[in-house]
Ligand binder design. Structure first.
Ligand code: IFM
Length: 446
């Protein structure tokens, strides 16, 4: 692609628990991640999101930084326990006010607010009632969605129901790498189905309450490859693919579960459920970082686990394998399969090497290379007919990277967590030029 269309939406993403901090301030209730951070071994470096990048207080500076980069949209999530400290019932006015300020500040800066309803921080009080394994959780979510829609729907028009369904259901209920850390097949299956029901209910609520809403859902769709050619590794990859890639977009957009999942999930499906889940949406959100390598692993409840990428795979920063061509193919396949406009709602490069140099600059060539390769691949997919309308870098700021704590930095903006000083990295300048010209900076000099 020579240059991206003028109306292509360039943005940045964050999520509430990862950037806001102020975990115990102004009436916010605890979430399952506050609980997990306090469990021995829950987070690699023993850290929490209590303060993180302090976006709760420093959002005006962060909005200014976004404006300097020139982003057209900011995808953030609302913390359910900040609005409803116990998940349902009493509303917290100070929590509602915070997102009013943020949304108004974004609009004043000419930046579109893209609001994600759920990015993994379930109120602890609801988890105490079974969380996503309880069918009622879909109704609690719908009530929360209605509160958000009524309060912000006059100013916010772009909504995502959930971020990365398969990550928080698989790692929360089968492989214990995330909150709430349950490991049980039935719990995992129930969570999948109830989250799908919540998605459908959320779409209906937003559609009914927000005139002109543009509603999507965000999937971390990634090709699953067997680590080796052994037949049991292929079987592991096939099952992981059903749980990771098919369990959510298929029922939500096509109206059915894939064959194995349909059989496993049947005990939890009630009359009318598939119609409740499959509600018309406006766009497909894709979060993509690279393919997954699967292996047979009896240590985990489904008999599959995470394999290693081939030893010669290229990588930048975090060590995740970097396969831009897989991203290109994914965009083409998803565009054909689901026939919805696609927004790349996350793509980015983490690592533990970013630091200010003697001159106070943060030089991150690995991130520029990584982002450049993926932006090129996205252009190729669009040339091949994929209907891609926007791209959001993960992330605006260095932040709390879940189980990895503060050991991985993904931001375009460096955050010194001791002082909360922000320093735009070199990649922020690269992104500014891309947004301004619609071309990668290196194309300009070629
Ligand atoms: O930080 C996460 C984000 O919350 C969800 N997608 C992947 C990112 C990087 O791991």
């Amino acid at each position: 692609m020579n240059s991206f269309p003028e109306n292509f939406l360039w943005g940045v993403s964050t999520s509430a628990y990862q950037v806001e901090g102020a975990a115990a301030e102004d009436g916010r209730g605890p979430s399952i991640w506050d609980t997990r951070c306090r469990l021995a071994g829950g987070v690699t470096d023993g850290s929490t999101g209590d303060v993180s990048a302090d976006h709760y207080h420093r959002w005006p500076e962060d909005v200014r930084l976004m404006k300097d980069i020139g982003v057209k949209a900011y995808r953030f999530s609302v913390a359910w326990p900040r609005l409803l400290p116990r998940g349902r019932g009493a509303v917290n006015p100070a929590g509602l006010d915070f997102y009013d300020r943020l949304v108004d500040g974004l609009l004043e800066a000419g930046i579109q607010p893209w609001l994600t309803l759920y990015h993994w921080d379930l109120p602890q009080a609801l988890d105490d009632l079974g969380g996503w394994t309880n069918r009622d959780c879909a109704g609690w979510y719908a009530d929360y969605a209605a509160l958000v829609a009524r309060r912000y729907g006059d100013r916010v028009k772009h909504f995502a129901t959930f971020n990365e369904f398969s990550v928080f259901t698989l790692f929360g209920y089968a492989i214990p790498w995330a909150a709430p850390g349950v490991t049980d097949r039935a719990c995992h299956l129930k969570a999948i189905h109830h989250v799908n029901l919540a998605h459908g209910a959320g779409v209906d609520v937003l559609r009914a309450l927000v005139p002109g809403a543009s509603i999507g859902a965000i999937h971390n769709h990634q090709k699953v490859l067997p680590e080796h050619g052994k037949p049991e590794y292929q079987a592991a990859a096939d099952l992981l693919d059903e749980h990771w890639n098919r369990a959510f977009p298929d029922p939500q957009i096509l109206g059915h579960y894939s064959p194995r999942l349909a059989q496993d999930i049947e005990p939890y499906v009630q009359a009318g459920d598939m119609a409740r889940i499959c509600r018309p949406i406006d766009w497909f959100g894709l979060n993509h970082y690279g393919p997954i390598f699967a292996r047979n692993d009896d240590k985990f409840v489904w008999g599959y686990g995470w394999g290693d990428s081939p030893p010669d795979s290229p990588s930048y920063g975090v060590g995740w394998p970097v396969f831009p061509e897989v991203f290109r193919d994914e965009l083409i396949t998803l565009s054909q399969r689901y026939r919805l406009p696609i927004y790349v709602t996350e793509n980015g490069c983490g690592g533990n090497v970013d630091a200010p140099d003697a001159a106070g600059k943060v030089v991150d060539p690995h991130r520029i290379t990584y982002l450049g390769l993926f932006v090129d691949a996205m252009g190729q997919a669009m040339d091949a007919g994929a209907d891609v309308r926007g791209y959001f870098v993960w992330s605006l700021l260095d932040n709390f990277e879940w189980g990895s704590g503060y050991t991985q930095r993904f931001g375009l903006i460096y955050v010194d967590f001791a002082t909360q000083q922000r320093i735009p990295k070199e990649s922020a300048g690269w992104y500014r030029q891309l947004i301004t010209t619609g071309r990668q900076p290196r194309c300009e000099t070629a």
